[in-house]
Design a binder for this molecule. Structure first.
Ligand code: SAH
Length: 454
C-alpha cells in the first residue's frame, strides 16, 4: 500500500535533489518528486501521479523556503526546458553538483576515500554558451522564437536567453520582428509548411567572431539581401552568414545542404593557445571558458613530459587531443563521427601539429587494433558520451595497461561504474575534479586521474 494517493494534498519536507534537479521528499520511505522544490524546504504539494515505488507531486506553496532559493532571473524559466536550476543560487548549484559526484563515487563506485576536489565554477555563470539553436514558429498569426518547453516541441517565446550570447538575443529579436516584413513565413512543424525553421548563432569566445545560420525548409530565401543587411547592421562582429536547407519532416535541426550567403564559411576560436575553425554544423564545446579549465585539468593529470604517446578516445573534433599534443610526443585520437575526424585533422594542420594521428571508427574496435599493430600508449584519455565507456574498451585498457588513464566524464554515475571496473583491474583513482561546464542546468562534468597499481 502506497503511503500517498493521487490527488492527496499534503505538507512535506524536501530532503534531496535528483540529478534532474527535482526536489525529493520521502513519505514513510516512499519518494515523491517535486519539480521546483529545494532541499531544506517545507512545501505544500498536490500528488499528481503514484507509481509502485515513487510518485510525482506538484508544488503548490512554499511554507519554509531554502536559504539558497533565489528568484530565477529568466522571464520564461517556468516554461522553458533549457535551464533547471535558476531558482537555486549559484553557490547552491555548485554544492549540488559536487555532491552528485561525491555520492556517485561513494555509492556507485564504492570509492568513499577517493579525494573529490571542490568543484570549479564560473565567476560569472551567465551568457556562457557559444551556440544558440533558436526554433521559429507562429502563434495567432505572430512570429514566435525562443526555446522548447521541457520534453516538448512547443516554443516558449522569448526575446532573451541569459545563458547565451548578447548577439544571439539580438538576432533572435530582430529577425522575429522583421520576418513578416521580409515576406518570410516561420516554419509550422505540424503542417510542415513555412520557411524559417531555426536560427543558429555561434560565437568564438576568444575572437568575438559570430556566425549566423538560417535553417530553411526550401532553398529560396525572399529578401535575402535585406536579411543579410539587417544581421550585419545589428551585429557588427558577424563574420559569416550561412543558410542550411532542411526539407525533411524531422526533429533534426540541420539538413545536408549548406551555402554561405555572406562572409566566411567558418569562424575561428581559441581554447588556450589552440585555434579551432568552426563551421555551421561542427561539434564544438559550448562553454569554452570552462572547457579550458577542464582540459587544463586533464592535461595536468596526464603528467606529460614530452616522451609520451597518448591515446584520446572519443576525441570529437580533437579538442583534447590538440591540447595534449602541445606537451606529448604523439597523440592518437579516435572518434566515431567521420566529419568530426575531418575537423580534427584540419584543426591539427591549422595549428601546425605534426605529432597527431586521427582515425574515424568505434574506439572499442580501433584502439585494440592499434595495440595489435604494435603501437603503444603511455597515457589514455577517454571522454565518452553519457553511457560511459564501452565494456570492450575497458577490457582493452585492462589488458594493455597504460600507465595512466585520464577519464573525462559528463555523467558521474557511469564514471563511478567505470572507475570501479578499472580499480578491480589494478588501477587506483588518485583524485577527481568536478567542473561546472553548464551553469543553471543540472549537467555536471568531472575528470578523474588513475594510475596503474600504486
Ligand atoms: N572529447 C571531445 C568530445 C567528447 S563527446 C571534446 O571534448 O570535444 C563524446 C564523443 O564520443 C562524441 O563526439 C561521440 O560522437 C563520440 N562517440 C560515441 N560513441 C563512440 C564510440 N563507440 N567510439 C568512438 N567515439 C564515440
Amino acid at each position: 500500500m502506497k503511503p500517498v494517493q493521487k490527488n492527496d494534498r499534503l505538507n512535506v519536507y524536501v530532503e534531496d535533489l535528483t540529478h534532474e534537479g527535482a526536489g525529493v521528499a520521502k513519505i514513510d520511505g516512499y519518494p515523491l518528486f517535486i519539480h521546483g522544490a529545494l532541499p531544506g524546504e517545507e512545501v505544500e504539494v498536490h500528488v499528481v501521479k503514484t507509481l509502485k515505488s515513487y510518485g510525482f507531486a506538484k508544488l503548490l506553496d512554499i511554507k519554509l523556503s531554502s536559504p539558497f532559493r533565489v528568484t530565477a532571473p529568466c522571464p520564461v524559466f517556468d516554461v522553458c526546458g533549457g535551464c533547471q536550476m535558476q531558482h537555486l543560487s549559484y553557490d547552491g548549484q555548485l554544492a549540488f553538483k559536487e555532491k552528485l559526484v561525491r555520492d556517485a563515487m561513494a555509492r556507485l563506485g564504492k570509492l568513499p576515500d577517493v579525494p573529490v576536489h571542490a568543484i570549479k565554477g564560473m565567476d560569472n555563470p551567465w551568457r556562457y554558451r557559444n551556440k544558440s539553436q533558436i526554433p521559429f514558429g507562429e502563434r495567432d498569426g505572430e512570429t514566435i522564437a525562443g526555446f522548447y518547453r521541457t520534453r516538448s516541441h512547443d516554443i516558449a517565446d522569448t526575446d532573451t536567453c541569459i545563458i547565451q550570447s548578447e548577439e544571439a538575443d539580438i538576432v533572435m529579436r530582430e529577425l522575429k520582428h522583421q520576418l513578416h516584413a521580409f515576406g518570410i513565413q516561420p516554419y509550422d512543424e505540424t503542417a510542415h509548411s513555412g520557411l524559417l525553421r531555426h536560427v543558429v548563432v555561434r560565437k568564438g569566445r576568444a575572437t568575438g567572431e559570430v556566425m549566423v545560420v538560417l535553417v530553411t525548409r526550401k532553398k529560396k530565401l525572399p529578401q535575402q539581401e535585406a536579411v543579410i543587411a539587417l544581421i550585419r547592421n545589428q551585429v557588427p562582429n558577424v563574420k559569416s552568414i550561412v543558410q542550411n536547407v532542411n526539407p525533411g519532416k524531422t526533429n533534426v535541426i540541420f539538413g545536408d545542404e549548406t551555402v554561405t550567403l555572406w562572409g566566411n564559411d567558418v569562424i575561428e576560436d581559441r581554447i588556450g593557445d589552440v585555434r579551432f575553425e568552426i563551421s555551421a554544423r561542427s561539434f564544438y564545446q559550448v562553454n569554452p571558458d570552462q572547457t579550458e579549465v577542464l582540459y587544463k585539468q586533464a592535461l595536468d593529470y596526464a603528467q606529460l613530459n614530452g616522451d609520451e604517446t597518448v591515446i584520446d578516445a572519443y576525441c570529437g573534433i580533437g579538442t583534447i587531443s590538440l591540447f595534449l599534443a602541445q606537451k606529448a610526443k604523439a597523440v592518437m585520437g579516435v572518434e566515431i563521427v567521420p566529419q568530426a575526424i575531418e575537423d580534427a585533422k584540419r584543426n591539427a594542420q591549422l595549428n601546425g601539429f605534426t605529432n597527431t594521428l586521427f582515425e574515424a571508427g568505434p574506439a572499442e574496435e580501433v584502439i585494440p587494433r592499434w595495440f595489435k599493430e604494435g603501437r603503444k600508449a603511455d597515457v589514455l584519455v577517454v571522454d565518452p558520451p553519457r553511457k560511459g565507456c564501452d565494456a570492450h574498451l575497458l577490457g582493452t585498457i585492462l589488458e594493455q595497461k597504460p600507465e595512466r588513464v585520464v577519464y573525462v566524464s559528463c555523467n558521474p554515475a557511469t564514471l563511478a561504474r567505470d572507475l570501479r571496473i578499472l580499480e578491480d583491474g589494478g588501477y587506483r583513482t588518485r583524485e577527481v575534479q568536478p567542473v561546472d561546464m553548464f551553469p543553471q542546468t543540472t549537467h555536471v562534468e568531472a575528470v578523474a586521474w588513475l594510475e596503474l597499481g600504486m
